[in-house]
Design a protein around this ligand. Structure first.
Ligand code: GCU
Length: 632
């Protein structure tokens, strides 16, 4: 990421600014006239389509100390009649005359480091769910031929953004990036960005009201001022097609499919893709839609190293649009299924996985850095893993890219978790937007092999329609990867468990969670039989049990390491008998914070199903799984 620390940035020409102010003034008069909307709802507040590979662009990071105001009753947004007020905190107002009444002052307010969550930075906010305002000041200088995008890696959950008191936009969803064009809101010299963040939970949200992880609030990932040309590469795709090149001669040649899309529907722009190491350089011209339609580039098979856990080869790829060039690191591989097998580069692969939440390696708090990602993924590698299930929401881009460099395949998921409001169209739009942005951000990552659209959702017609539409939609965005979801099994009889789920027809891999040994007796394990009537690969997407690190005792004594150890021994022997088992992702690498886990002295607001403690200490079961993976 070519980012500079907070410093000078560029503003667009005064003329453009004049017209925008005029435009806003007329809109405001109209709205007030009709008294239909309050100040803040005047703008269509959706974000621009997500810019792909933002790390490749020149940018200035706004990471650092931000002032914050905890606003339990949203005094800074609503008036006492609960109407959005135009005198809100987004004005960053200061008293001009001695008698002026301004009852907030960001610059005299406390600061916290961004990106991060507020729960682990201010102990008063440990359990806090509500609104917190953030303000950051930065310098900007004039810039004629460029635009400025304000990019957020993620903000949990509902956030409104203003720049210099003017609305930049609104975003909902805590785990996917978004960006606004703020070029016309910037001024030369001192600027400020103000963000209202609200992480209160609601029935219609995604995730919905209850979930078994900590509802960390705040600006949890990078905030960047990104410099782009007025016409820029909004997205591009560069991936290996499954079949040998139509050039014939068997698999002597392979085909790389390349496509691109500009942010503007403009024809005639030159887009050149070059992969120096493969001596590939091809130029395309955009069509009237501003697209480079999918074009095939042949490459000699013997020259192409395929990405795999054993050889996570990434190629330097340059993509230039007219005079500007961005770079990316892309791996080439194919992922498919054949009956009950998962094929990586045409070869059957067993997914030796583990689940993990996006929490710091030591203690709680959202993780965002490559270093922390490396630590967590190194622990997964110590377990013998070649695969991780990033639960239950898209993790930060540093985690995904570090896993790609380390040769770890990834299951990436959107938080359609437990009982979502299936009948609510706004909930569907929200879920679809999160799915869009998850795929938009990471579709060039070779290590992502599975997009997951849900976890443990109850069977119903509405749910099937909701998730069925999501699965079909995901394939329109990316037909090069496998689709799955974590299903639930139903007991056919005491020792026979059956997986019957209408969603099987929408997924490539049938995955399910089972908790023999924890939510049912471990002694059932040897007697268990699994009926999975689908000719598709099977992944056990969760199994496991809790243990308090350092607590020892009999193997039937819950919470002891011996209990968890025995549970793993019994489960692994049981799973070995499942026909078509193509992978496992036990629950979970490390103990993680959850407001649902309140047992004193044992849980203390941690889910203790980790194979490691919240401080990264290995429990006995860690070594049971490690040994099993050595045999896979
Ligand atoms: C569920 C769920 C997890 C949860 C786990 C548990 O299967 O998917 O999010 O933490 O069970 O009960 O520990």
């Amino acid at each position: 990421m070519k980012s500079t620390s907070v410093g000078n940035f560029f503003v667009s020409s005064p003329q453009i600014k004049k017209t925008r102010e005029l435009e806003m003034m007329t809109k405001r008069i109209v709205a007030v006239l009709f008294g239909i909307v309050s100040a803040s709802c005047m703008y269509a507040e959706s974000a621009l389509p997500l810019i792909h590979n933002v790390m490749a662009y020149e940018s200035s990071s706004l990471a650092g100390d931000w002032n914050y105001i905890v606003d339990v009753q949203e005094e800074g947004y609503y008036d006492y009649r609960m109407n959005p007020t135009r005198w809100g905190f987004f004005n960053n107002a200061k008293p001009k005359r001695p008698e002026d009444l301004i009852e907030y002052d960001f610059d005299k307010s406390a600061t916290m480091r961004i990106p991060s969550d507020w729960n682990t930075q201010d102990e008063r906010l440990f359990f806090y769910e509500g609104t917190v305002w953030f303000k950051k000041s930065f310098q900007a200088v004039p810039m004629q031929d460029y635009r400025t995008l304000l990019y957020f890696g993620a903000v949990n959950y509902d956030c409104h953004v203003w720049v210099n008191g003017k609305k930049a936009g609104h975003h909902v969803g805590g785990f996917t990036p978004f960006n606004f064009d703020i070029s016309d809101l910037l001024r030369e010299g001192e600027n400020n960005v103000i963000v209202k963040v609200d992480n209160k939970r609601h029935r219609e949200d995604v995730p919905t009201q209850i979930f078994d992880w900590w509802n960390y609030g705040g600006i949890t990932r990078d905030v960047l001022l990104v410099k782009v040309t007025p016409v820029y590469l909004e997205d591009y795709s560069c991936s290996l097609t499954p079949t040998p090149s139509p050039k014939g001669e068997g698999s002597k040649y392979r085909t790389i499919a390349f496509s691109a899309r500009l942010n503007k529907k403009e024809a005639g722009h030159k887009v050149t893709v070059s992969i120096p190491e493969l001596k590939i350089k091809q130029t395309f011209i955009t069509d009237a839609e501003g697209h480079v339609q999918c074009s095939m580039i042949n490459v000699q098979s013997k020259k192409l190293q395929l990405w795999s856990p054993e050889n996570p080869k990434l190629y330097q790829v340059q993509i230039s649009l007219d005079a500007s060039t961005i770079a990316d690191e892309i791996g080439f591989r194919t992922i498919e299924t054949r009956d009950k097998q998962i094929l990586l580069n045409g070869q059957p692969v067993f997914l030796k996985g583990i689940c993990l939440h996006e929490e710091k390696p030591n203690g709680g708090g959202r993780v965002n850095s490559t270093e922390d990602a490396h630590t967590l993924l190194t622990w997964a590698k110590e377990l013998g893993c070649n695969f991780v299930r990033l639960a239950h929401y898209p993790h930060n881009e540093n985690m995904v890219r570090e896993a790609e460099r380390m040769g770890i395949m990834v299951w990436s998921e959107i938080p359609c978790y437990w009982t979502i409001a299936w009948k609510n169209p706004a909930t569907f739009d929200n879920a679809r937007q999160q799915l869009t942005d998850m795929i938009r951000r990471d579709h060039n990552r070779a290590n992502i092999i599975i997009w997951s659209i849900a976890n443990e959702t109850p069977h119903s017609k509405e749910r099937d329609t909701f998730l069925g539409n999501l699965a079909k939609y995901a394939r329109t965005l990316d037909n090069t990867r496998l689709i799955s979801m974590a299903m639930e099994v139903t007991g056919a009889s005491t020792y026979v468990t059956r997986l019957t789920d209408n969603m099987n027809e929408y997924v490539d891999v049938v995955s399910f969670n089972q908790y023999v040994g924890w939510y049912r007796d471990v002694n059932d394990a040897p007697k268990m039989r699994w009926e999975i009537p689908y000719n598709k690969p099977v992944i056990i997407s969760e199994f496991g049990g809790g243990a308090k690190y350092g607590l020892h005792g009999a193997k039937n004594q819950r919470w002891t390491e011996e209990f968890q150890e025995n549970l793993y021994i019994q489960n692994l022997a049981m799973l070995d008998k499942i026909e078509g088992l193509a992978g496992t992702t036990p629950w979970i690498l490390k103990d993680f914070r959850s407001p649902r886990r309140v047992l004193p002295g044992i849980q203390d607001y941690y889910n203790r199903k980790g194979l490691m403690s919240d401080k990264g200490e290995k429990k006995k079961a860690f070594y049971v799984l490690k040994k099993w993976y050595e045999g896979k």
